[in-house]
Design a protein around this ligand. Structure first.
Ligand code: ZN
Length: 548
């Protein structure tokens, strides 16, 4: 394999070369830049940046890529970012225009746009499929994402039911998680549109949108940030109008107080995406990873091809320092490989914990469960809050287990013990299966950044909630912890299993469900005491083997 083949290796089983040759236009890059970035990482070289002459301000673009882009022309800034990230491709075709003309529109496969409704109508005049999203405030729903396509219901009237004062134009950092969620959903719809009719077609979205005509999605509520409702914008116009008429005030979480929190991340591969976001909120980071960046990594991690060969933690710190500039962060790194099979590494890890005293540890080694158990046990003993993110095969689904220090279920209480662990998974294609199962101890994920961004952003949201003092947390998070439901499972893709149920209990893409100790399953036991934390639970789902 040459360098470029190595770069695309992990995404090949998921999209093949299907997106190469597509031409996509992006409008309002302050809000759509991550989608352009994601498509570039999937082989799309041909992009048209509309309204490219706008200047990058201190908004979402700078929070994504760093202050070095501030005050630059945004079309050139995104082009530069894409070129910097993947220096193996020489023939990027990035065209900058201030306004889309009919002649140019004919060459497009897709328009990706965001922002305000007048812009939607302006772009909808062209006969080009479009994915559009906007963020809302003052109504009960956080954002709206839609697909405009000649075969789908017309969303225009639904959009017109939204009052302009409820369309969020502020780019305040307090809305960053809302924006990331909407952007993630929009990019997955955009990818699905371009994969229609190919071997990589998204059957779930195809059915929801083209089968059922539910091409408008309402996303996020105060009571559940991952609330999602796929709606037919013509048949359910009344419903959408009623939602948009309601007045609703959502208090913003007190994110400023996160600045002084200390976060340790163990395993800086996929978690690098979360680290790149976390630096916008927390300034003290300790990054632990024994590995160097490989040629396979840039396609869905934070750093680009120029970081290949460098030690992960050190290269990340340099990147973060450049990104936030003189707003100094406090950074520490370690190349320790914390492993259950190496008692000395555990001792060193304990010493590091005791000297640095993190407020939160993200356990993202991606390695065997034994290592996670060993690390989590040491954290639990010290009452240090932690999150363990993992992805299911193909990253179709992802899971974050949250442990609130000494409180509630620990990692060992929940991991392997709920109905989730007995559920059927998703069918992967042969190529994806082979990639994932070649090394079961250290599996290689066949996935694109379209899958890893949503998982990273859910990890970010949960980490931020966990970092807050209990009285300052969101109600939904407090309820989950109180009910001992601490295993959050999200889906990029949904599929019915042979038994007829949806894989892992998630019924539509973008949804998040929660598993907890009320789902505890044991074989031949009425009660269960966790060997790590000594908490006892009564068993609700008992599997009897006696007499069978
Ligand atoms: Zn436990």
């Amino acid at each position: 394999m040459n360098d470029l083949e190595l770069y695309f290796n992990r995404v090949m089983p998921v999209i093949g070369r299907q997106l190469e040759g597509k031409r996509i236009a992006f409008f309002n890059l302050e809000l759509t830049h991550l989608i352009a970035d994601a498509f570039a990482r999937c082989g799309v070289r041909d992009m048209l940046f509309i309204d490219s002459a706008k200047t990058v301000d201190q908004g979402p673009f700078v929070l994504s890529y760093g202050r070095q882009y501030a005050n630059r022309n945004i079309g050139q800034a995104i082009a530069q970012q894409i070129i910097n990230h993947n220096q193996l491709i020489a023939d990027w075709r990035h065209e900058q225009v201030e306004k889309l003309e009919a002649e140019q529109a004919k060459s497009l496969d897709l328009i990706v746009a965001a922002g305000n409704i007048a812009d939607y109508h302006e772009l909808a005049r062209f006969d080009v499929p479009m994915v559009f999203f906007l963020m809302l405030s003052g109504v009960p729903v956080n954002s709206l994402v839609l697909v405009k396509h000649p075969e789908l219901p017309d969303p225009s009237s639904a959009l017109d039911s939204i009052r302009s004062e409820n369309v969020l134009t502020s780019t305040d950092i307090g809305y960053r998680l809302t924006w990331l969620d909407a952007s993630d959903l929009a990019m997955n719809f955009a990818k699905a549109l371009l994969l229609r009719g190919s071997p990589y077609e998204r059957h779930d979205l195809e059915d929801l949108m083209f089968g059922q005509g539910r091409n408008l999605v309402l996303r996020g509520q105060a009571k559940w940030p991952w609330w999602i409702h796929y709606v037919n914008p013509e048949l359910k116009l009344d419903y959408i109008q009623r939602v948009m008429e309601q007045r609703y005030f959502v208090p913003q979480p007190p994110i400023n107080i996160l600045q002084d929190k200390r976060v340790m991340v163990i395993g800086c591969g996929t978690a690098s995406l979360m680290i790149g976001e976390l630096i916008n909120f927390c300034r003290s980071l300790f990054l632990v990873d024994p590995k160097s960046f490989s040629a396979f990594n840039p396609v869905r991690q934070l750093l680009g091809t120029d970081a290949v060969g460098q030690a992960k933690p050190k290269a990340l710190i340099k990147h973060l320092t450049d990104k936030i500039g003189n707003k100094a962060g406090e950074f520490q790194t370690s190349d320790l490989k914390v492993s259950d099979r190496d008692p000395h590494s555990l001792e060193q890890f304990e010493a590091t914990l005791d000297s640095w005293q993190p407020d939160l540890v993200v356990v993202a080694t991606g390695r065997t469960y034994d290592d996670n158990y060993a690390i989590c046990e040491l954290l639990r003993r010290r009452g240090i809050k932690h999150v363990v993110p993992t992805a299911f095969p193909g990253a179709t689904h992802y899971k974050n287990i949250v442990v609130d220090g000494h409180e509630g279920p620990c990692y060992e209480c929940i991991r392997g013990n709920t109905s989730l662990d007995y559920a059927d998974g998703v069918d992967l294609n042969a190529e994806a299966r082979e990639m994932f199962y070649t090394d079961v101890d250290d599996p290689t994920q066949p996935a694109t950044i379209f899958e890893t961004w949503p998982s990273s952003h859910s990890l970010l949201r949960l980490s931020m909630e966990l970092l807050l003092d209990p009285t300052l947390r969101s109600e939904w998070f407090t309820s989950c912890l109180a009910e001992e439901r601490t295993c959050f499972v999200g889906a990029n893709l949904t599929q019915k299993t042979d038994g007829g149920a949806y894989a892992y209990g998630v019924t539509c893409p973008g949804q998040m469900v929660v598993y907890g100790m009320d789902e505890l399953i044991r074989v031949d036991q009425d009660s269960y005491t966790c060997p790590t934390c000594r908490r006892s639970y009564s068993v609700r789902h008992k599997i009897n083997t006696e007499g069978s």
